[in-house]
Design a protein around this ligand. Structure first.
Ligand SMILES: Cc1cc2nc3c(=O)[nH]c(=O)nc-3n(C[C@H](O)[C@H](O)[C@H](O)COP(=O)(O)O)c2cc1C
Length: 363
């Protein structure tokens, strides 16, 4: 199936891209993109939780001259919508992350590049015109972590986002049943494979506790990293008020509320459900971002109303990339942005600062 060079008239929302992407992607890429951990309860709940929240509406407000601009970590952004970090965009489009960056830049959206990107950071940066962030996993090899951070600094990235909710891969049963495997021509090109082989476990050792988690990062690693760079460091994967407070104490510039799109631990709450308590605990020490299940401009609005500074979008961006490359990504982001503007206008909000809990309906 070919990648489209113009946007069909029946693509008018993010969900329309899903249908087009399904027709273009093979089962292997599709199952990797769409699956969640276990019974996919958290995956489903992320989106459904937004549908349970209602808007209040507000008539006859003067919103002339309104806009979606905001200040975030010393930068002026045209709107609060980012592309979430996702591994291996080349599963979905031959130019991978370079095409995503081109599309995101056209609409001024920030893009967080996964450390498991399938195109080199340098090639992605060459196509980007919007702000780029680097997503990192803390690994035992601090030298490798630092090398990534230095590359981000040299390429003028806006900051680093450390993902803390995935010290081990989730049990994605849908992927396991389908026998997902990464094709030979798609790999994490920016990562140097570890040189030391893993030590074999003895019969009475646990694969999880003695193997996978034996060298998993801790708060000490986070504090160390913050001391190594002048770039802002955000922590992605926070779900409790205590961990948010701990993140700021460790020197994080901000936190991202995320359950990894339901891909790691099934049974976690929907991210929007935990947002208010985390915003309260953060006490304005830094921005609180959120991702997971955001599919509509009204979802972006609801997140901002409950205190999020900005949002990140995952799977729908890959649907748009698979359908129409950079053009699709730009169109999907523009569609979401226009939806946000409409909801703001019909809620009497001229700027994102005006959006608050009073714009949500409560019985
Ligand atoms: C295919 C795929 C790959 C992902 N890879 C990463 C990754 O490399 N690093 C990371 O921090 N999060 C990763 N995520 C999680 C996203 O950053 C984000 O938290 C999630 O997709 C947001 O939910 P949504 O897809 O419902 O919008 C990935 C998500 C998907 C769907």
């Amino acid at each position: 199936m070919t990648i489209l060079t113009s946007i069909p008239r029946d693509i008018v929302s993010l969900s329309d891209y899903e249908r087009y992407a399904r027709a273009r992607l093979d089962d292997n890429a599709w199952v990797y993109l769409m699956s969640g951990a276990g019974d996919e309860l958290t995956l489903a709940d992320n989106a459904q939780a937004y549908q349970r929240i209602k808007l209040a509406g507000h008539v006859l407000g003067n919103v002339a001259g309104g806009h979606t601009r905001l200040e975030l970590l010393g930068r002026t952004l045209p709107h609060p919508i980012f592309v979430a970090p996702m591994a291996y965009h080349r599963l979905f489009h031959p130019e991978g992350e370079a095409a995503t960056a081109l599309g995101a830049g056209a609409i001024g959206a920030g893009m967080v590049i996964s450390s498991l990107a399938s195109v080199s950071f340098e090639e992605i940066a060459a196509k980007a015109t919007g702000p780029l962030w680097l997503q990192l996993y803390l690994q035992p090899d601090r030298g490798a972590v630092l090398e990534m951070v230095r590359r981000a600094e040299a390429l003028g990235f806006a900051g680093v986002m450390v993902t803390v909710d995935a010290p081990l891969a989730g049990l994605r049963n849908r992927e396991q049943r389908a026998g997902f495997r990464l094709p030979d021509d798609v790999r994490a090109v920016n990562v140097t494979p570890p040189s030391a082989p893993l030590q074999p476990l003895t019969a009475n050792q646990s694969v999880v506790f003695d193997g996978l988690m034996a060298q998993a990062p801790t708060w000490d690693d986070m504090e160390w990293l913050v001391g190594q760079t002048r770039l802002p460091v955000m922590l992605k994967g926070i779900l409790t008020p205590n961990d948010a407070v701990r993140a700021f104490e460790a020197g994080a510039t901000g936190v991202v509320i995320s359950n990894h799109g339901g891909r790691i631990l099934d049974g976690l709450p929907a991210t929007i459900e935990v947002l208010p308590a985390i915003v309260a605990a953060a006490q304005g020490r830094g921005p609180v971002l959120i991702d997971g299940g955001i599919r509509r401009g009204s979802d972006v609005f609801k997140a901002l109303a409950l205190g999020a500074a900005a949002v990140m979008i995952g799977r729908p961006i890959m649907h748009a990339l698979a359908t129409a490359g950079a053009l699709g990504v730009a169109h999907a982001l523009r569609t979401l942005h226009e939806e946000l503007e409409v909801v703001m206008a019909l809620s009497g909000c001229a700027t994102v600062k005006d959006i608050g809990p009073q714009h949500l309906f409560t019985v």
